[in-house]
Design a protein. Structure first.
Length: 110
């Protein structure tokens, strides 16, 4: 039911990063992963320095078993805002890669 409202919000504010990012989150909940990826990519294009869409792309990549993408996007999110190191430690979206040494290298204690 939320999809039409999310699309309306994007139409009203097509250059709003948060709108695209939130739409991506909604689509992930609905397991519409390709559409979610496109929404996150749009958010990244609007502001490549904002960490949230990078983090969400990492979560999405993990859910889809796209391991290389997980580490690329997670590294970028952490580079932009260290808070995402702590977020990733607790986030069940990363369960598929939690045992990968690259994950520990990114989120391990400093």
């Amino acid at each position: 039911e939320a999809i039409p409202y999310a699309k309306m919000a994007i139409e009203l504010e097509p250059n709003n990063l948060a709108t695209h990012n939130n739409y991506g989150n909604l689509l992930v909940t609905l397991e519409r992963y390709e559409e979610a990826k496109a929404a996150y990519q749009q958010a990244i294009e609007l502001d490549p320095t904002h960490p949230s869409p990078h983090y969400n792309m990492a979560c999405l990549a993990s859910l889809r078993s796209h391991t290389e993408d997980v580490f690329e996007y997670l590294a970028k999110a952490i580079q932009l805002d260290k808070v995402f190191r702590d977020e990733a430690r607790q986030d069940p979206d990363f369960d598929a890669v939690r045992d990968d040494p690259r994950f520990e290298a990114l989120v391990g204690e400093e």
